[in-house]
Design a protein around this ligand. Sequence first.
Ligand code: ATP
Length: 486
Amino acid sequence: QDNRFQAIIAHAKEYGFVFPSSEIYDGLSAVYDYGPWGSELKKNIRDYWWKSMTQLHENIVGVDAAIFMHPTTWKASGHVDNFSDPMIDNKDSNKRYRVDHLIEAHAEKLALEGKKEEEYALLKAMDELIAKDDFTGLKQLIDDHKIVCTVSGTSNWTDIRQFNLMFKTEFGAIASDSPDDNIVYLRPETAQGIFVNFLNVQKTARMKIPFGIAQTGKAFRNEIVARQFIFRMREFEQMEMQFFVRPGTEGDWYKYWKQARLDWHLSLGIPADKYRYHDHVKLAHYAKEACDIEFEFPIGFKEVEGIHSRSDFDLTQHQLYSRKKQQYFDNEIDHATGKPYGNYVPYVIETSIGLDRMFLLILSHAYDEETITKEDGSSDSRVVLKIPPKLAPVKLAILPLLKKDGLPELARQLMDDCKQDFRCFYEEKDAIGKRYRRQDAIGTPFCVTIDHQTKEDGTVTIRERDSMQQRRIKLTDVRQEINRFM
Ligand code: ATP
């Protein structure tokens, strides 16, 4: 499994999907850049999510809030006081670990050695100690299990400390007595930009409860990282939707969104057995119900998305700190009383998915090393990305068989016709087999080859990526044929 993960990372780099950030300076830990095909794939995932939320739900609208927010936002939301993880340093290597990651990695090792019961006991003990914020106990657990640092090989640990995950920076020069007045945070989640705009959006878009606000954008967390490629980054993108409901109806809406979000994943044609729910037992103090949607990544089942029933916590907190009412007037009649429901602070169901994590999900699902038996009985191999066509970076490769006899001109005409509708790729270099392989490697679902027969009868060969089957269709039908899959 680890080999597969390493192969995917190498492939992502070699074929222009994901590069380490500032690589010529040896990269920056847990920060990545998206290349030509990566940026297309990422955009397509974002668009697919955005369309499913806003275009397909009349009662969901979008916002695009700033990354910088008033510092009080993060006091109100609880992030200044609570958004931290317990961490520990190894005295010999100076490597810093999140305590839960360190213990989980050790538990995984136990599992691999077949010590299932020990693994289970360790994880259970950890959960209990974390729930009680018992750092002395956690340190004892690490010592008892003689957990070592993979870099130094020693178990010479510091005490456990809380480490706030928010990045801080300074905001211009403000004349003030306290230097703290200049501090702003890079947002650690996009959700708060939605909450502080709740009334602006509700009033201007004339929304009636129940309604949602969707947003995609960058978020920043100073994660103590185990190396996990784009699974856990310090700068990443979130796609979040906050759904505002009448108090008392949150249970039903939570169920609705829990199912709707899984359905969204399945609509991409990924098998259901790759997914599972993880219902949270330990809830944040404000949460009523919460679950993760987990996917079987090459590194095991891990969270890709969270669905949280957040009660009226966030809006109430902002009401308290801003001293501005965050209420909605509901004029619908409550049949129990015969009167309108009136003023209240709405309850919220949140769906929150990491765009980069979804990208990794698609890549992990799509990556395939295949052995192919050729017509003459010999075998060959290929690496293919079986990306759902809707999300593929390039939809159609247009390949003239030869660089002469008017074939490139015909291919160019097709290119001009199709590129208005979807991303095409023109290539005339190398043998056709080699060109097919390169398209397989970036996940292009269709290739069209223009040959001499095209000049005679106006047909082309269309090759399908996954089955590698080829058939002839009319040149003039190509655009429509590809559009069927978009
Ligand atoms: P984790 O337990 O993995 O740290 P979380 O529970 O803190 O995640 P949330 O705060 O619920 O995550 O964020 C919602 C989503 O944002 C996650 O499901 C994940 O897809 C994504 N996400 C969170 N942190 C990161 C990160 N450091 N890098 C990439 N994506 C992230």
